[in-house]
Ligand binder design. Sequence first.
Ligand code: AMP
Length: 527
Amino acid sequence: MASGPEVELLEITIDEALRRTVEQHPERTGVVSRHQNLRLTWREMEERVEQVARGLAGLGLEPGHRVGIWSTNNLEWLLLQLGCARAGVVLVNVNPAYRSHELGYVLEKSRMRALFLRERDHRTDYRAVLDAVPTKVRGVYFDHESWDAFLKGGMSYSSRRVDRNDVTNIQYTSGTTGSPKGVLLTHRNILNNAWLIARQMRITAEDVLCMPVPLYHCFGCVMSSLLCVATGAALVMPAPSFDPLATLQAVSEERATALYGVPSMFIAELQHPRFGEFDLSSLRTGIMAGAPCPIEVMRRVVADMHCHQMTIAYGQTESSPVITMSDVGDDLELRVTTVGRAMPATEVKIVEPKTGQTLPVGELGELCTRGYLVMKGYDGNPEATADAIDAEGWLHTGDLAVMHANGAFGIRGRSRDMIIRGGENIYPREIEEFLFTHPAVAEVAVFGLPDAKFGEIVLAWVRLKPEAEATSEQIRSWCHDRIAYFKIPAEIRIVGEFPMTVTGKLQKFRMREEEIRLRGVHEVETA
Ligand code: AMP
């Protein structure tokens, strides 16, 4: 068992943190949205946040009510996050890659009263997808007069005190049981996590953070936006969604001191043909997280991107998210071979997955964590909550890890069978349940395969109903517009039968071996 250093946590709400930053750094740059050509100081941010908080009241929303945001990165996303926190309204993050099937599910489960979105972008006609979903919700469109009307229709919001232990955000994450689950996070959970991450990287109001990661995920809305709110550092958004060239341009033109990304983003930046053109010498630190970092990538980020204080973080949505992190002072060896030590005010232990017994240093088991960072629970799902958080308050992450003698942790895999494709977590069961809804499909197995570009890719084996006809391409194109692109299997193999155990359980490991044999893919080594 390990505990990070003791610290006094922030016992304030997100809005109190914002007001403090505005008071201390009113004229410093708060947010730069490069694709919108917008630059706002913290004082200007606060004025707009106030307008949004009033707008929410104007829609009749009261503390505890929920609103959703289904959008790629933009200024409005941040204004809603902070406006909701001010008015006590709970923000529900919806992955912008979601399509009708997933959107309908989240709308129904979250009971949101309004959804903020754009009408369309180059990827999708969001209004058309929303209109096709059976659950009706009021849509407010950023690129439409409904946003101006929302701002103009503001009223004073409830004076009921927002408490730091109130839920402020629901982040959807796919559970092992199939469909996505809403993770309930309080002000205290996520503000403290952001603040401790900042402390670990020595971030101050002097820093400029370049954020190419999505705001709907905790990497964006906690580790980036709340980190800036808590410290007064400037937040730079290079593009609506990840774009390696826009990221390199943003770092160099804004003189960013910190850069974030999942490993595949750093790989795309380093491999960009124009990489050599950019002056990245302002960079000092940053975070690579979400998936194991290949050692060579870390070495190049330190050497060629000048991030000599680059860190690795590990965690999950349910833990606000960061549980362990390397320190800017750690030597390179520790940073490339581990995910760092327990964060301050955070307990971590490794247990035998079946018995729950705490294991000694060096033994492989499930990583568990306890402290301020543990979510309040899964929304409307006490059973899943009880599965994840035990009676003593330990969150069971489902990740297999070892603790080293120096207190650092190594992640070795997942005790549940999640696939991570380019940093996106994918749960086979969810895709299986979805593919079953195709009229020709009788049986299906979804599993991951090692891949040099994405880390892992999604594959499916499908058996058709006796009289049914469908090609693998037809089933794949049927998936488009129904589920997010990253969940659509890279290949669907139509098979006559599946490898099974004698008790009739599908043997995915044998399907995986067969695919590897057919394709000649080598297992990817993970740190
Ligand atoms: P999410 O809830 O989307 O943040 O995904 C959390 C999962 O991503 C964890 O449970 C891990 O399996 C994986 N993960 C996160 N950070 C790392 C890391 N630094 N190294 C390896 N796996 C990671």
